[in-house]
Design a protein around this ligand. Structure first.
Ligand SMILES: NC(=O)C1=CN([C@@H]2O[C@H](COP(=O)(O)OP(=O)(O)OC[C@H]3O[C@@H](n4cnc5c(N)ncnc54)[C@H](OP(=O)(O)O)[C@@H]3O)[C@@H](O)[C@H]2O)C=CC1
Ligand SMILES: O=C(O)C1=N[C@H](C(=O)O)C[C@H](O)C1
Length: 275
């Protein structure tokens, strides 16, 4: 299977290069970065920390989508929306890990998924995808006297907030409550906010150091509190999930898929990709 990596010099891109170069049956056929990137022209092996691949980083995403069966994309929202168009053009499978897409960018991906198989997930780890199911169930069981708050912490380089994972956990909680996150989200508090509104789902985003990704969903009621936490201590957990998604997506019929499809589990309720 021929695989291309968009954003191959990034934190996730480099890890994926290394993992995919060792995956049986996978041939890495190219890697892209943005125009003007200092990584352009570097051998992919130098980024993966392996022997040379004999392939250099370029800024030609159209060519990458033509050459590959599957392109994996951990870049930024505008690049990802553009890439989805290339996926649609040739029916190339597209695995998207990028977070922070706005509604227009999400719509562009959804349109592309009518022509190509696209797996999109804000968090590709097994643990978070399991947690999402658990949170939906907990929110279904606990009544609206229980306040739901979501706290996340990430490294100082992260540019979007709340994290895509915090949003999918919020969506899972909202589904469990029979509503949508759009209706009940409270994305940050500052100043004289007044008392908490019943039923809202609150978010707090912390940034610092090299934290890979911590998420806690808090259910609080008078007299007790339940907190469910996932801590990522290595980006390998995301890369392992992404490689599974690559192997799964090749040759699938067009559609917008999630990691629940890839991992093959669902405890009930519709899944979300949380972008
Ligand atoms: N779904 C999941 O499991 C996970 C998702 N993520 C998400 O993935 C994304 C990337 O994260 P991370 O690897 O930490 O970020 P990085 O900034 O380290 O990597 C992104 C890479 O994409 C490059 N890039 C920017 N524009 C383009 C373009 N037009 N074409 C090709 N490459 C481009 C960046 O270059 P430059 O720096 O020069 O702009 C950079 O090298 C984020 O949205 C993050 O939230 C992260 C981890 C797990
Ligand atoms: O930017 C990151 O690093 C991460 N982003 C994803 C998110 O926004 O949830 C997944 C993970 O938490 C790491």
């Amino acid at each position: 299977m021929k695989v291309g990596i968009a954003g191959c010099a990034g934190r996730m891109g480099q890890m994926l290069l290394k993992m995919l170069s060792q995956a049986p049956g996978v041939l890495v056929v190219g890697g892209t970065e943005r125009k003007g990137s200092p990584a352009l022209g570097m051998d992919l092996g130098a980024l993966a920390g392996t022997d040379p691949f004999g392939i250099t980083v370029n800024d030609d995403p159209a060519g990458l989508f033509e050459a590959a069966d599957v392109v994996i994309d951990f870049t930024n929202p505008s690049a990802t929306a553009l890439h989805a168009g290339f996926a649609a053009r040739g029916g190339t499978a597209h695995v998207i890990g990028t977070t922070g897409l706005d509604s227009d960018q999400q719509a562009a991906v959804a349109r592309a998924a009518q022509k190509a198989p696209i797996v999109m997930a804000a968090n590709m780890s097994l643990g978070v995808n399991l947690l999402e199911q658990v949170i939906e169930q907990m929110a279904r069981i606990l009544d609206s006297d229980w306040d739901i708050e979501i706290v996340e912490m990430h490294h100082r380089h992260k540019v979007d907030a709340p994290s895509g994972t915090a949003l999918i956990l919020g969506e899972a909680a909202a589904r469990g409550r029979g509503t949508t996150l759009r209706r009940v989200a409270k994305r940050g508090r500052d100043g004289h906010t007044g008392p908490r509104a019943k039923g809202e789902i609150g978010f707090a985003a912390l940034r610092g150091g090299d934290v890979v990704g911590d998420h806690t969903v808090i259910f609080a009621v008078d007299g007790e509190r339940v907190e469910v936490t996932h801590k990522a201590s290595s980006r390998e957990i995301f890369a392992r999930g992404a490689v599974k998604a690559v192997l799964w997506a090749a040759g699938k019929t067009p559609g917008l898929y999630t990691m629940k499809d890839v991992l093959g589990f669902s405890v009930g309720g519709a899944a979300s990709n949380g972008q």
